[in-house]
Design a protein around this ligand. Structure first.
Ligand SMILES: [Mn+2]
Length: 331
């Protein structure tokens, strides 16, 4: 459901609250951070006392650029510090969860102890799964490109004008999650981008935030070199057995592989821990990657999915995957 259709319930909850805590998923990316900061500034304009909860120890390049630039401008606290900032009337505290709905992916799960369902709101564009949280208000729209697109819609319907720098951060989340307007991009996505630029967002600054470290980029590209193509349409890439990748790196390569002619489904397998293998998958048609990876203990939807397999090797996971693909094909 579109976020603007739930704006009244949302306003009601926000109005009642005095102090609002915003928390997104671990390993912040530009969508998680951009939507958090966009929302933060909307709430600030409404005169709310806000905190952004960040527990990440390491940040990707774009996120660390923003956090440096923002230093001191917004209230960032650690999850363990929430207890020191709660409003005295406990029912007037509100927790906003952005860009995820899964408990294990939160920046800090212990924050949940301070809020009952009534005082929790989830705003997200990912599918729900077995570990999804339940909140008094859940605004989950899988049709939309990004959480930032939802925040842009809110800026428009609440008619709050936020600082152009913050609009830029919201735009950066859209650009990231759509991989430069190539994935999940609808006319509404373009409209949100238009709206944000009209509010002063700078596309040039977005490109700066998205600039990557060349060494990391080259390491990632190694993943593409080791690719097998099955049935002309399925690309399976594997990482080196000696390199531990970040989950986002596997995801980025899975996105990139979709750009090639005839490729409709992509799987990227790599180590994400000493004995943990990660798989990231994308599909533009045909194979339902969520279904495939659920058989490996992961999840997702038909277009985007991921899984983690403990105590395994790249080769083992690859042969499991090929077996599953054959089974599905045979059905
Ligand atoms: Mn997102």
């Amino acid at each position: 459901m579109r976020i603007i259709e739930q704006r009244k319930q949302l306003s009601k909850k926000i109005k009642k609250a005095k102090t609002i805590f915003i928390m997104a998923h671990q390993d912040l990316d530009l969508d998680a951070l951009g939507s958090s900061i966009g929302f933060y500034s909307i709430l600030e304009k409404m005169g709310k006392n806000c905190y952004l909860i960040i527990d990440d120890k390491r940040n990707e390049l774009g996120v660390s650029k923003i956090l440096k630039e923002l230093d001191g401008c917004i209230g960032i606290i650690k999850g363990d510090d929430v207890c020191n900032h709660l409003y005295s009337r406990i029912g007037q505290n509100l927790l906003l969860i952005l860009d995820t709905n899964k408990k294990e992916l939160l920046q800090n799960q212990s924050v949940l102890d301070y809020f009952d369902e009534e005082h929790m709101i989830i705003i997200d564009h990912h599918d729900k799964g077995p570990t999804s949280l339940t909140a008094g208000l859940e605004i989950i729209d899988q049709e939309v490109s990004s959480t930032c697109e939802m925040v842009a819609n809110l800026m428009e319907c609440y008619q709050v004008k936020i600082d152009p720098y913050y609009s830029t951060l919201v735009l950066s989340g859209i650009v990231l999650d759509t991989n430069n307007f190539t994935l999940k991009t609808t006319e509404e996505t373009y409209y949100a981008a238009y709206f944000l630029t009209n509010q002063g967002a700078s596309p040039k600054k977005v490109q700066y935030l998205l600039k990557q470290d060349i060494k990391e980029y080259m390491e990632r590209q190694q993943l593409i070199l080791n690719v097998d193509i099955k049935n002309k349409t399925i690309a399976i890439s594997k990482g080196s057995a000696y390199t531990i990748y970040r989950r986002e790196d596997l995801a980025k390569i899975a996105d990139t592989l979709l750009f090639f002619n005839d490729i409709e489904t992509t799987f990227v397998i790599g180590k994400v821990g000493e004995k943990t293998i990660g798989i990231s998958a994308r599909s533009s048609s045909g194979v339902n990657v969520g279904e495939v990876l659920s058989k490996l203990g992961g999840g997702g939807d038909e277009h985007v999915a991921a899984a983690r397999v403990e105590d395994s090797t790249i080769a083992k996971v690859e042969s499991e995957l090929i077996k599953i693909l054959k089974e599905i094909e045979g059905e």
